[in-house]
Design a protein around this ligand. Structure first.
Ligand SMILES: Nc1nc2c(c(=O)[nH]1)N[C@H]1C(S)=C(S)[C@@H](COP(=O)(O)OP(=O)(O)OC[C@H]3O[C@@H](n4cnc5c(=O)[nH]c(N)nc54)[C@H](O)[C@@H]3O)O[C@H]1N2
Ligand SMILES: Nc1nc2c(c(=O)[nH]1)N[C@H]1C(S)=C(S)[C@@H](COP(=O)(O)OP(=O)(O)OC[C@H]3O[C@@H](n4cnc5c(=O)[nH]c(N)nc54)[C@H](O)[C@@H]3O)O[C@H]1N2
Ligand code: SF4
Ligand SMILES: [Mo]
Length: 739
């Protein structure tokens, strides 16, 4: 059996049992014998935010296979390749099995006691020497909500850290700000059933077929033969399957939607009753958009003025219209205003709070919603505001801590943390469940930052990620399937994850790692009752009481299981029935601002931060490459099935006209260069991109060497989807020599 630190044995029976369960041997974690399953349990998929239900088939309590749940309301018997392969990443040779401590160039195995002692001594020494702002953390949208609550509370209220952010900043920050400004709370208003009840579905900057394939399947089940309109500069899989594709010029969405709003006003099709009863700011908005004629929009977007008018007509006369957006909107220098321009269209046409309607931000990671509500980074626990003294008092009351230990600001956002590491203010960083040395924008800046740190702690399932390899201390984490807790999906559904496999070696659930740290730090007192995820779920319920995301009516994990997931809100007294299984918000026309009204929020479009020029004449877009690849591929690369469905090499999509001009043929290895770096990629000549635009998938570590450090000013979200590049033929530079 694994050797346990003595304080751990005394303090935490649950943890002792967990370690005792883990096979302490070397090599692969012990796997259960294959054979006939003797039980089945349902849990939520751990990849994307769709949150499909998977039936995991067990033999003697351990997973031996899975299939999509037929009765789960989200996926109704369907799963994408990642879901089917969800168990495969657990059984991989590069799983982190033991804490590793850097000694010079080597990383040596240490026991948990040494790991915790080192963590505490180094972090405390840094804080003593350089002050409370010198240590920061980066979290994730891919661990259980209970773990996120623990991480955020421990770091900010226990350890006294001021700065911490999540990888959801890369992903959802824009939607969060847009929701708060327009609705008064970070509340995606829809349920997936709305996809099946719309007459017109407008998808903006969303490649649903690749990024949320099961939502695309739900849309295909719509019996109303909806018009599906895709606004995307690329002719994606989704655009090909749509009824109408608008190949917009990148980052011209805001102009387009202002012009569409103007068109609807000129057609006399504003829902004046809804606007008068439930919104504020329409007059100012109408005056603002009057400047954006279809002709001006045509110039900016590359569409025709008739396209712009037609889009206005279709939305005005479409019946039930829903607007869905993802990273093509969020990851922009003006993402928040663009998201709000879509919300404005829904509000002015009364397309919200009724079946098949809505302004719908689709989330990314399995628990991005949990991170937004309970991560304690940009928002105070429960979707509250750090700046609000009443909110601080509420949280202090629930946690039984001193109000003074709650900071009165949210602290630095992700890019500010990176900036202050590079400039010496932040000296130590704790990274949990994210891989910034691959995924962060403008990698040379990130590498400089990681190199400048005195102490880097990485808590991950694998010891081989780009970030883990740089760590001074690696904490081995259990993954999805190896621990209990809840996730919250895009439609606000709380679902369960369960322990159906043993973590390898001495890897521990993040929850247990946070327990160890709390005790070793000497700040465990407020968390002394937090002995299991379900105990923390009780705390989450209290934290949610009275907020728009109130879940005090969810009795316990068993109730979530029985109801097949439960959407928030679910306040005390709510009853789960088949009829309430899929619910949308705002059906009563009341929004979360104190006056109950939604706001029209708008601004002038701003110029592209890095326009193309004679030296860098091509605009680079980045994003998801295939349904089988997940982000930095630490997990999906471990499945032979998923590997066989994915490209093995970095590629760049180039339009045939550009390829001809450059003398580039498909399959040729070229250099793609921006002002920040140069990377080698295989050319794919394709009409999926417009002339002047190239696309590269984010799943290869090289891509972010090219991207530009630009952020939306309101959400601080990185603008991954536009920078200027050039393509250099190998003959010009000798690129690709030797293959
Ligand atoms: N298979 C797979 N699925 C995933 C993920 C994954 O890694 N792999 N990741 C998950 C996560 S965390 C996220 S956030 C989501 C992301 O899901 P999506 O946002 O759908 O995926 P992306 O490919 O990043 O970007 C979507 C589209 O935005 C377009 N776009 C770029 N610039 C613009 C623009 O200026 N205007 C418009 N209108 N469109 C533009 C791109 O051409 C691209 O097709 O996917 C989730 N699902
Ligand atoms: N160029 C470009 N870059 C992008 C994007 C883009 O469109 N273009 N998209 C951005 C977006 S939307 C996102 S969300 C980010 C994603 O960026 P990352 O968050 O960096 O990507 P992942 O590969 O999902 O990293 C998750 C890490 O957590 C680990 N992990 C998984 N489960 C657990 C667990 O239970 N516990 C612990 N401790 N670790 C775990 C995995 O092994 C992995 O190392 O990338 C962003 N980067
Ligand atoms: S669509 Fe998303 S949640 Fe559903 S199986 Fe695929 S990765 Fe999992
Ligand atoms: Mo994301």
């Amino acid at each position: 059996m694994a050797k346990l630190p003595s304080f751990l044995q005394q303090r935490d029976g649950a943890l002792t049992r967990e370690l005792a369960l883990s096979p302490a041997g070397h090599g692969l974690g012990r796997l259960p014998e294959k054979g006939k399953p003797d039980a089945t349990t349902t849990m939520t998929c751990g990849f994307c935010s769709t949150g499909c239900g998977l039936d995991v088939h067990l033999r003697r309590g351990e997973a031996i296979g899975l299939s999509p749940s037929a009765d789960y309301p989200v996926n109704q018997g369907m799963a994408c390749p990642k879901g089917w392969q969800a168990l495969a990443p657990l059984r991989s040779a590069d799983r982190a099995r033991y804490p590793l401590l850097r000694r010079g160039r080597e990383r040596v195995r240490v026991d948990w006691h040494t790991a915790m002692t080192t963590f505490v001594e180094r972090m405390k020494a840094t804080l003593r020497e350089h002050g409370p702002e010198s240590v920061a953390f980066l979290g994730t949208g891919q661990i259980a909500t209970e773990e996120l609550v623990f991480l955020g509370a421990l770091a900010k209220f226990g350890m006294g850290l001021v700065h911490g952010d999540g990888n959801t900043r890369q992903c959802m920050a824009t939607a969060v700000v847009a929701h708060k400004q327009a609705f008064g709370f970070d509340a995606p208003p829809y349920s997936y059933a709305d996809l099946e009840e719309s007459d017109v579905v407008v998808l903006v900057g969303s490649n649903l077929c690749v990024a949320h394939p099961i939502l695309w399947e739900r849309l295909k089940r719509n019996p109303r033969s909806p018009r599906v309109i895709v606004v995307d500069p690329r002719r994606t899989e989704t655009a090909l399957a749509a009824t109408w594709h608008l190949p917009i010029r990148p980052k011209s969405d805001l102009v387009l939607f202002h012009a569409v709003a103007r068109e609807i006003i000129h057609l006399g099709r504003v829902d004046a009753d809804f606007v008068a009863a439930h919104t504020r700011g329409f007059e100012e908005f109408a005056a603002h958009v009057e400047h954006w004629t279809p002709e001006r929009a045509a110039l900016a977007t590359g569409l025709t003025a008739e396209d712009v008018r037609e889009l206005g007509r279709v939305i005005a006369e479409g019946g039930r219209v829903s607007f869905w957006w993802t990273m093509g909107v969020n990851q922009s220098h003006e993402g928040v205003r663009t998201a709000e321009s879509l919300i404005n269209l829904a509000l002015m046409t009364g397309n919200i709070g009724r079946p098949g309607a809505g302004a719908c931000s689709i989330t990314g990671q399995c628990n991005a919603m949990g991170s937004r509500l309970f991560g304690n980074t940009a928002s105070l626990l429960g979707g509250r505001d750090f700046k609000n003294p009443a909110h601080r008092a509420e949280v202090a009351g629930v946690l039984g801590i001193d109000e003074g230990s709650i900071p009165s600001t949210a602290g630095f956002s992700y890019h500010e943390i990176v900036h202050h590491i590079r400039h010496g203010k932040i000296k130590a960083l704790w990274v949990v469940g994210t891989n910034p040395a691959h995924s962060w924008i403008h990698q040379s800046g990130m590498r400089e930052a990681l190199d400048a740190l005195d102490f880097l702690v990485v808590e991950d399932m694998y010891d081989s990620t780009e970030t883990a390899e740089l760590a001074d201390l690696l904490l081995p984490a259990a993954g999805w399937g190896e621990k209990d807790g809840t996730f919250i999906n895009s439609e606000r559904r709380v679902g369960l994850l369960k322990k159906v496999a043993r973590a390898p070696g001495e890897a521990l659930a993040d929850f247990s790692i946070f327990r160890l740290i709390a005790d070793a730090w000497g700040c465990g007192e407020p968390f002394s009752s937090w002995t299991s995820p379900e105990r923390v779920f009780e705390v989450m319920k209290e934290l949610s009481r009275g907020t728009p995301a109130d879940i005090t009516g969810i009795a316990d994990y068993r109730a979530i299981d029985a109801a097949l997931g439960i959407q928030w809100p679910f306040p005390l007294g709510a009853v789960a029935t088949p009829e309430t299984r899929e619910r949308r918000l705002f059906e009563d026309g009341r929004f979360f601002h104190p006056d109950g009204r939604a706001r029209f929020v708008f601004d002038r479009p701003r110029p592209l931060p890095e326009p193309c020029d004679a030296v860098f004449p091509l605009q680079l877009l980045t994003g998801r490459g295939s349904a089988a690849q997940w982000h930095t591929e630490t997990r999906t690369r471990k499945s032979a099935v998923l590997r066989s469905l994915s490209p093995s090499e970095l590629y760049v999509e180039v339009h045939p006209d550009d390829a001809a001009r450059l003398g580039v043929e498909g399959g040729l290895r070229v250099l793609v260069e921006s002002r920040r770096g140069s990377v080698s990629a295989v050319a794919v000549v394709s009409r999926a991109v417009q002339p002047g635009i190239v696309f590269m998938p984010m799943h290869f570590r090289e891509t972010n060497r090219l991207t530009l450090s630009v952020f939306d000013p309101h959400s601080k979200q990185p603008a991954y989807k536009s920078c200027a590049v050039r393509i250099v033929h190998p003959r010009a530079r000798g690129a690709g020599r030797g293959g």
